[in-house]
Ligand binder design. Structure first.
Ligand SMILES: Nc1ncnc2c1ncn2[C@@H]1O[C@H](COP(=O)(O)OP(=O)(O)OP(=O)(O)O)[C@@H](O)[C@H]1O
Ligand SMILES: [Mg+2]
Length: 350
């Protein structure tokens, strides 16, 4: 679980029995100081929030403090309970204090330092005062008032340059959307953001989602399952010229498997002249695009989903190869007596 003085998340997640789906993997892997994830219901936000909290807790350091925040105690407690359960099941020997009434956990991290987690509710603003934090995880962030993020939570991160992960199903054109936009296409190097519909969770039954699509008004479905920001409209982009003056279908054909170029201003797809090729949807937002790629005579047509699937398979193969290399490296270290686990710790993490 440890490489030099830093944490290996893949190794930690393996030890916890957690297999992130590809969308969760992107979030866990990002090094951005502020990560913003807009995704559909049942996507796996709370699982992702809990596992990232465990990773923060295990990170080697002398001392660290972090919070899990949600709009209500009930919601933050769900993430807290998941973290607690995971530690009890897999890393029990590291728990130094678990106060379920105060929603406070203290653990011995991977370098023997002390890390603390507290779960907080945004509806109790007084409880959000006070300490400087190394990390912060906010579940259902879009449901928090702007003032809670801007006046209370960001202030907790200032002195220690703490990291934040905000996850939420969108809730219209509010501050959360603004932060999401900041994370797009290099606008702010400190922020990285993703948008991912519910059906990106491969464990979610596609038929259930389709039944919801039939049951719900289109806007409600687009927001709750499609993770779209409804209401307001996307700002024009002065780099690529979005929105397009004329109507365009949401399909492009490319002659190669090279990724489509993206605008440095808004992140939308652009043509070879750097002009936008993204259509506007009926809400005045950026519409969905689908790329169809020709891959030679025998390959026929590949959709972008096919390409993503191929990329995922490659990613899994790479991950397995890295895991194998890590295990071999760990074996070598243990054999030479330099492994930290071989000198003191009981090795119960593995
Ligand atoms: N990587 C994973 N491995 C196994 N199960 C997962 C994974 N990610 C999510 N799940 C499962 O998917 C379901 C939804 O996960 P979760 O509750 O985290 O989603 P959510 O986005 O927080 O949902 P909600 O919108 O209801 O708050 C749960 O049953 C959870 O256990
Ligand atoms: Mg949740």
């Amino acid at each position: 679980m440890i490489e030099g003085h830093s944490l290996s998340k893949p190794a930690l997640f393996r030890a916890l029995g957690y297999r992130p789906h590809p969308g969760q993997m992107l979030v866990h892997r990002s090094q951005a100081r502020i990560r913003v994830l807009a995704c559909g219901v049942r996507w796996g936000k709370s699982v992702c929030a809990a596992m990232e909290s465990v990773a923060f807790l295990m990170e080697p350091c002398e001392e660290s403090k972090g919070w899990v925040v949600a709009p209500t105690y009930d919601l933050s407690q769900r993430v807290f309970d998941r973290v607690h359960m995971c530690l009890v099941e897999r890393l029990k020997h590291r728990i130094e204090l678990a106060d379920e009434r105060e929603l406070r956990l203290v653990v011995r991290n991977l370098s023997g330092g002390t890390s603390e987690l507290r779960a907080k509710s945004a509806d109790n603003k007084v409880s959000l005062l006070g300490e400087g934090l190394e990390w912060l995880v906010v579940d259902e962030a879009a449901k928090l008032p702007r003032t809670v993020w801007e006046n209370h939570l960001t202030a907790r991160l200032v002195d220690k340059k703490g990291r934040a992960l905000l996850l939420s199903t969108p809730a219209g054109a509010n501050w959360f959307e603004g932060l999401y936009r900041r994370g797009q296409a290099g606008r702010d190097p400190e922020v990285e953001s993703w948008q991912s519909p519910s059906w990106s969770n491969p464990l979610l039954d596609r038929e259930t989602i389709e039944a919801e699509r039939r049951r719900l008004p289109q806007d409600a479905f687009d927001q709750e399952y499609g993770a779209m920001f409804i209401g307001g409209s996307d700002p024009p982009c002065d780099v690529c010229g979005w929105p397009l003056a004329q109507y365009l279908t949401g399909i492009i054909l490319t002659g190669s498997t090279k990724p489509v170029d993206c605008c440095t201003g808004c992140g939308g797809w652009i043509d070879k002249n750097g002009r936008t090729i993204v259509p506007q949807d009926k809400h005045g937002r950026r519409g969905y695009m689908k790329a169809l790629m020709f891959v030679g005579h025998e390959g026929g047509l590949l959709t972008i989903e096919d390409c993503n699937q191929a990329a995922r398979k490659k990613e899994e193969a790479d991950q397995a190869a890295r895991a194998q290399a890590e295990t071999a490296e760990g074996g070598k270290r243990a054999a030479s007596g330099k492994d930290w686990r071989a000198s003191g710790d009981t090795g119960r993490d593995a």
